[in-house]
Design a protein around this ligand. Structure first.
Ligand SMILES: Nc1ncnc2c1ncn2[C@@H]1O[C@H](COP(=O)(O)OP(=O)(O)OP(=O)(O)O)[C@@H](O)[C@H]1O
Ligand SMILES: O=P(O)(O)OC[C@H]1O[C@H](OP(=O)(O)OP(=O)(O)O)[C@H](O)[C@@H]1O
Ligand SMILES: [Mg+2]
Length: 283
């Protein structure tokens, strides 16, 4: 059985389980369940703290896991990203009281509070800055108010939390993160076909979420121009219609561009333009 680590709490937990469910895997019904066997798919899920997942996978105790890139890098575990999942997107940013310091080059002699002390310690060293790092578990913003640190490094999505704490973001992002699938570094195992099948399923969900199927009819002499608007992932299907002057085209298009493409196709002369959702796919 493939042994997979899944976040049990926090921002990653619900979207990770939703994605696994969409990929056809059983998911737990009770958030207190720690282990779930999906015997139909020959997979065993371990629900673990997001921060611990890289440690289990890096040590080889579990085959693969879903975690955040920031947590993976912070752990220093011997694990690598094998698929980006596109949710829990965030950046790790430095922040301070307005008007104090402007970027990392001015942090010498200061204290930086963060839950990502591994990443931050390395980042400071790379910039040759001699600053102290204080590790906190969460609610890091308060460390400045309480005088524990002059600077914090924290996860930013919308920036609302920092603004509400009266802090301003300074300097360049320390790193950009999102949910990722990880496995032990350089480790194709005897389970490799199962890992590849798992990745294909997850990629199928990503494509089904990001693309719609578009169908339309177009005059035969305009098909090249139409196909340039809807190139598809590989090549669109072009089928003859009973009316010999027209063809039917079928192609995948990014969901976010679908309305604009439909307008452009209509202006070109296409008719009966339809989009339909994709429920699942293997590319
Ligand atoms: N507001 C957010 N938006 C997007 N991603 C986030 C957000 N907060 C945390 N993350 C991401 O979630 C992961 C951290 O998960 P973790 O469960 O440790 O923290 P959390 O979601 O803040 O939950 P907790 O309540 O336990 O602090 C990291 O990869 C981080 O980048
Ligand atoms: O930029 P924003 O959209 O405001 O989101 C970022 C905030 O979200 C997370 O906090 P969470 O609510 O999980 O609390 P925590 O500090 O206890 O982790 C993260 O730690 C930031 O504080
Ligand atoms: Mg949090």
């Amino acid at each position: 059985m493939l042994r997979i680590a899944v976040p049990n709490k926090g921002s990653l937990s619900e979207p990770a389980s939703a994605m696994l469910h969409e990929a056809g895997y059983r998911q737990r019904k009770d958030s207190r369940e720690l282990v779930l066997v999906d015997s139909g798919n020959q997979v065993e899920f371990f629900f673990l703290r997001p921060r611990d997942i890289a440690v289990y996978v890096g040590s080889g105790k579990l085959d693969i896991g879903i975690t955040g890139r920031d947590l993976l890098q912070d752990s220093g575990a011997d694990a690598e990203e094998i698929l980006q999942l596109g949710f829990a997107a965030s950046t790790l940013r430095y922040a301070t009281r307005p008007g104090t310091v402007r970027d990392v080059s001015q942090f010498g002699g200061l204290t930086v509070a963060t839950s990502f002390s591994g990443v931050v310690t390395r980042h400071l060293a790379e910039h040759g800055v001699n600053a102290s790092v204080v590790h906190l578990d969460g609610a890091v913003e308060t460390a400045i108010q309480l005088g524990v640190a002059e600077v914090i490094a924290d996860v930013v999505e919308t920036g609302t939390t920092l603004r509400n704490a009266g802090l301003e973001i300074i300097g360049e992002p320390v790193l950009s993160s999102e949910a990722v699938v990880i496995r032990r570094t350089g480790r194709p195992t005897e389970d490799e076909p199962k890992v590849q099948q798992f990745l294909r399923r997850m990629q199928g969900v990503l494509v089904a979420r990001r693309y719609v199927m578009m169908d339309y009819d177009i005059r035969a002499e305009l098909v090249e121009k139409a196909v340039a608007l809807t190139p598809g992932l590989e090549s669109p299907t072009v089928s003859p219609l009973h009316d010999q002057g027209w063809v039917a085209v079928r192609s995948m298009v990014p969901t976010q561009d679908a309305q604009r493409i439909m307008d452009d196709l209509y202006d070109l002369g296409a008719r009966a333009i339809l989009t339909t959702g994709i429920h699942a796919c293997r590319l």
